[in-house]
Design a protein around this ligand. Structure first.
Ligand code: NI
Length: 266
């Protein structure tokens, strides 16, 4: 699969399952000439069958290189970002849940679901990434048990492998120049912002400012019936130049910790 095909598929899945994202994208397109993605975010477990290094493979094969590494102590996550010299390709931020830091019950649930993924998918990360949930049954009771320990684990259980979010590159917009402009535009269109930790995460000193919408809830079918739970949000990033003049390409752990809360149920 060509890397552009993979990115397109992830985008189509993201828009299809979260129609509000497509609505916002179209609002942006009506105001701006083009929308370029700063990054996409992928989530996984640190099991060797599906870990960061597995999901990163199609990107590395397409010429992406490793960027930074990130530790999220509170959320018990490890992450890496990958970037491509062609600015048309978004950075790829992949995080993994450090499952050994959670209860035996959570670890068992993760093992059980991973055990049901067929070899065909485990050997083909492109397929895995675009398939969504690869396990059955998906029980609301299990979702809630995971949620009590880790919103991240519960989200992965309910929605599987997919892009958690896409992020608009604000530097590439022509009419909206700042994160404040973007937030104002969203507010005008009655799009709810994630205000956990403030509407703008990061500062010019940290060389990265981001904001995001609240996660949009979707009706997810579980064994027990349909439940409305948050799926995905849309994010916006403005990068500042480093002393050498190049735009900062990394991520800020403190801000990302807050943005992970966008999919919290609270
Ligand atoms: Ni992000």
């Amino acid at each position: 699969m060509h890397i552009q095909t993979l990115l397109d598929k992830l985008w189509q899945q993201y828009c299809h399952d979260t129609p509000m994202v497509e609505t916002i994208y179209k609002l942006f397109l009506a105001r701006e000439k083009k929308i370029v993605n700063d990054h996409i975010a992928l989530r996984t477990f640190n099991d060797p069958r599906v870990s960061i290094s597995v999901l990163a493979k199609p990107f590395l094969d397409a010429g992406y290189i490793e960027g930074g590494e990130y530790h999220f102590e509170i959320k018990k996550l490890f992450a890496k970002h990958y970037e491509h010299e062609n600015p048309a390709y978004p950075k790829v931020f992949i995080s993994e849940l450090l499952t050994e830091k959670f209860s035996i019950d959570l670890q068992d649930t993760v093992q059980n679901i991973l055990n049901t993924i067929s070899e065909e998918y485990l050997e083909n990360p492109e397929k895995l990434l675009t398939r969504g949930v690869s396990w059955t049954p998906v029980r609301y009771k299990t979702y809630q048990a995971l949620l009590a320990e880790s919103e991240y684990a519960a989200w992965l259980y309910a929605f599987g492998f997919r892009a958690n979010h896409f992020t608009v590159n604000v530097n590439q917009l022509t009419n909206m120049k700042t994160i404040e402009d973007v937030n104002e535009f969203l507010i005008q269109h009655k799009i709810p912002l994630n205000t956990s930790g403030g509407a703008i995460k990061g500062t010019p000193d940290e060389l990265l400012e981001q904001s995001s919408t609240k996660a949009f809830p979707v009706k997810r079918e579980f064994e027990e019936g349909f439940y409305s739970i948050p799926l995905a949000y849309y994010e916006f990033a403005l990068r500042y130049p480093k002393p050498n003049g190049e735009l900062y390409s990394g991520f800020v752990t403190a801000s990302a910790d807050k943005i992970f809360e966008s999919t919290d149920n609270s």
